[in-house]
Design a protein around this ligand. Structure first.
Ligand code: HEC
Length: 165
């Protein structure tokens, strides 16, 4: 089996677990606590990367910060990587096992829904890319809102237990 999607944001290869990744039909497994910690770290970095992309989109709308084409490329990267999100959630690497995690156990109970939620990010992210390429600010605003709402929030509502609030 080979991985069809690479994660430029996260070097999954560095985790030495890519051999066990059969794309998303079943959760991957971790073989050691070290591997689990590494996954948690990559997961966090990846999510934070998407968080800063969202902030960059918002700052463009608020203050005109950033180059539309660079922002389009960031949206494209989200669309490309979204289907690989489940690879960052090997079985039982959530808040039940790790104090730092905000990942709910329901991820592994409703794995197909989780995979759907990850894939659900692709289209809204592509719409953001198209909007930045068109240069139409109204479209950028609408598509960024849809990405945050339908894409990020839909998954977080069900699968993430945010700490400290
Ligand atoms: C398929 C589900 C899913 C999607 C889609 C998703 N997330 Fe997440 N996100 C999670 C889960 C689950 C966690 C908690 C992970 C953990 O703590 O182990 C998380 C955590 C985060 C965090 C906290 C990371 C940290 O370690 O501090 C940020 C920031 C974040 N997501 C941003 C985003 C943004 C922005 C998007 C949309 C562009 C997004 N996420 C889309 C499931 C998702």
């Amino acid at each position: 089996m080979k991985i069809t999607t690479k994660l430029p944001i996260v070097a999954l290869l560095a985790l030495g677990m890519t051999g066990s990744i059969v794309h998303a039909t079943e959760p991957a497994m971790v073989e050691s606590a070290e591997q689990a910690e590494a996954v948690l770290e990559s997961r966090s970095e990846f999510m934070k990367g998407m968080g800063s992309a969202m902030r960059a989109f918002t700052n463009y709308l608020k203050r005109g910060d950033g180059e539309p084409l660079e922002l389009a490329a960031m949206a494209s990267e989200i669309a490309e990587n979204a289907p690989s999100i489940p690879d960052l959630f090997p079985k039982d690497t959530g808040m039940a096992q790790f104090e730092d995690s905000e990942a709910k156990a329901v991820i592994w109970e409703k794995w197909d829904d989780f995979v759907d939620a990850a894939n659900g990010l692709v289209e809204p992210a592509m719409a953001v890319e198209a909007a930045f390429e068109s240069g139409d600010k109204g479209e950028v605003a609408a598509s960024v809102k849809a990405l945050g709402g339908n894409g990020c929030r839909t998954c977080h509502e069900t699968f993430r237990q945010k700490k400290d609030n």
